[in-house]
Ligand binder design. Structure first.
Ligand code: SF4
Length: 101
């Protein structure tokens, strides 16, 4: 299994999760961070660090955010798909995440 970063990360990219990941498998793209599903060791350290609760174990991801499975799994072999997928999702769902302090 892996962890998945979902909609609340879009345009926020707090990066607190990056600081605690022991295997450096969280990567930044244009509007979101994604977790490398191959390198993730499923430790759970990142989940409580996220101030916008964007990180879930894959088997506990809210169904409405299923598209983010494909977005995270695009790493590492289809990284060119990540930004277009996020842009398309954000447009379709009219994502307007407010910046955090
Ligand atoms: Fe990194 Fe652990 Fe989070 Fe996986 S679950 S992304 S290994 S901190």
């Amino acid at each position: 299994m892996t962890y998945i970063i979902a909609e609340p990360c879009i345009d926020i990219q707090d990066r607190s999760c990056v600081d605690v990941c022991p295997v450096d498998c969280i990567h930044e793209f244009g509007r979101i961070l994604v977790i490398d599903p191959i390198e993730c060791i499923d430790c759970g350290a990142c989940e409580p660090e996220c101030p916008v609760e964007a990180i879930f174990p894959e088997d506990a991801l809210p169904e409405k955010w299923t598209p983010f499975v494909k977005i995270n799994y695009a790493y590492p072999d289809k990284t060119e798909e990540i930004n277009p997928l996020v842009d398309a999702y954000a447009t379709e769902h009219d994502v307007k995440n407010e910046p955090i302090d």
